[in-house]
Write a protein that binds this ligand. Structure first.
Ligand code: ZN
Length: 402
């Protein structure tokens, strides 16, 4: 019995050659004919109810993970779906438009795949899938299928890896990272999201150390990820020293820099922050004060970006998604500015008006302009009427820093 992780297939790949057989009520083939979607032993397609099939496509649109899929390799390059038939048939009906249905697009209207905006189509089609391909005898595969289903609850990706790379390393690592009763789990929970019993804390620990230790070139899109490479390399050893030390270094560093904690810190990519910023000096008191101020600032639309914003010396305001002016405020500014510009015979873009180019007297339409903070938000300017001016799109783009 051999199991291989595949992450190279996209939704579009699986939909190649898909046909839905309306007569038998099942999807036939995918992956350009190499994949049999509903082998005889599978239960029937039951997602075609206008609810669960729609939910699958909506998950893809939102970028939610579709969960693990399991294929059996029947001969080299040919596969059967062992688990995932309902999900595959749902998205393939939609994407290949064979017995299609519609979903609500970002414009609030129902769409078939072909009428969705290009970016939404791409988002669906380019979604990468996580597929475990199993090879073995029928008995082995049946047993395997039972082990991946614990009373109907699917294994998490890390539970799956623990099964694939089982051995002294996994045993030692689980003793440290997967015991929910260890008091230290409460400290870790400030930074790490997930259930230790479902191996989600171990997964973060492995992700952080493998991101830091394994070069990007080793993990290709078509092959196993860094966690798999790391686990495979350490599989036979009970020494988890590097894994543990690295994890504790990341958490210890975060605790030192951020003396005040907030629920929003949970699940941030602390391993990446550590690699990027841990050599920089910080004053924990100043850091704590700035974070409190930013958390209270109405202009910050993405508060989870605050920690990295502060770590990076408050240089990249894009992390915070600073609120833009609403349409009413922008229209009021546009009218006042345009009336004034017409009276003076100059452009209603104040930056165009001061130039000598062809646009110095141009009156732009409202849709040709964008609202700009006169005093940049990062310099203390508020997102308020008094701080709003309209600029032509060219000048607004050139100004950049909000
Ligand atoms: Zn301009």
């Amino acid at each position: 019995m051999k199991t291989t992780l595949h992450t190279e297939w996209t939704v579009a790949d699986l939909c190649k050659g898909f046909v839905f057989d309306a007569n038998e009520g099942k999807g036939l083939f995918g992956l350009s004919g190499a994949l049999t979607i509903q082998p005889e032993y599978q239960r029937h397609y039951i997602y075609g109810d206008g609810r669960r099939d729609v939910a699958v496509v909506e998950s893809l649109l939102k970028g939610y993970p579709l969960g693990l899929l399991y294929f059996v390799q029947t001969e080299p390059g040919r596969y059967e779906v062992l688990d995932g038939q309902q999900r595959i048939t749902s998205f393939a009906r939609f994407v290949a438009e064979s017995n299609p249905f519609s979903v609500v697009g970002s414009d609030g209207k129902p769409h078939h795949f072909s009428s969705l905006p290009a970016d939404q189509k791409a988002r669906i089609a380019e979604t990468r899938l996580t597929v475990y391909v199993c090879e073995g005898t029928e008995t082995e595969i049946k047993e395997w299928f039972q082990t991946i289903n614990i009373a109907g609850v699917k294994l998490t990706p890390q539970e799956m890896r623990n099964a694939v790379y089982s051995g002294p390393f996994v045993t030692a690592a689980k003793a440290v990272f997967s015991d929910a009763n260890q008091p230290v789990q409460q400290i870790w929970a400030t930074y790490v999201k997930g259930d230790p019993r479902r191996q989600e804390v171990l997964e973060r620990a492995l992700e952080w150390v493998s991101d830091a230790r394994i070069p990007a070139s080793a993990a290709t899109a078509a092959g196993p990820g860094k966690i798999d490479i790391y686990m495979s390399a350490h599989r036979a050893s009970a020494d988890i020293g590097e894994l543990r030390t690295y994890f504790e270094s990341v958490i210890g560093w975060a605790e030192t820099v951020f003396t005040e904690t907030d629920p929003l810190m949970r699940g941030l990519p602390w391993g990446r922050y550590y690699e990027k910023y841990h050599a920089n000096p910080y004053d924990p008191e100043t850091v704590a004060r700035r974070i409190r101020e930013l958390l209270a600032d109405d202009s910050v639309k993405n508060p989870r970006g605050i920690w990295e914003y502060v770590l990076g010396g408050e240089a990249d305001t894009r992390l915070l998604e600073i609120r833009v002016f609403d349409r009413k405020t922008a229209l009021a500014a546009y009218r006042a500015q345009t009336d004034d510009a017409k009276a003076r015979g100059v452009s209603n873009c104040p930056l165009c008006a001061t130039g000598h180019a062809a646009n110095a007297k141009r009156i732009y339409g409202f849709e040709e302009m964008q609202a700009d903070h006169v005093a940049a938000w990062s310099k203390g300017g508020a997102t308020a009427t008094s701080n709003c001016q309209m600029l032509c799109k060219t000048h607004n783009a050139a100004k950049g820093n909000r």
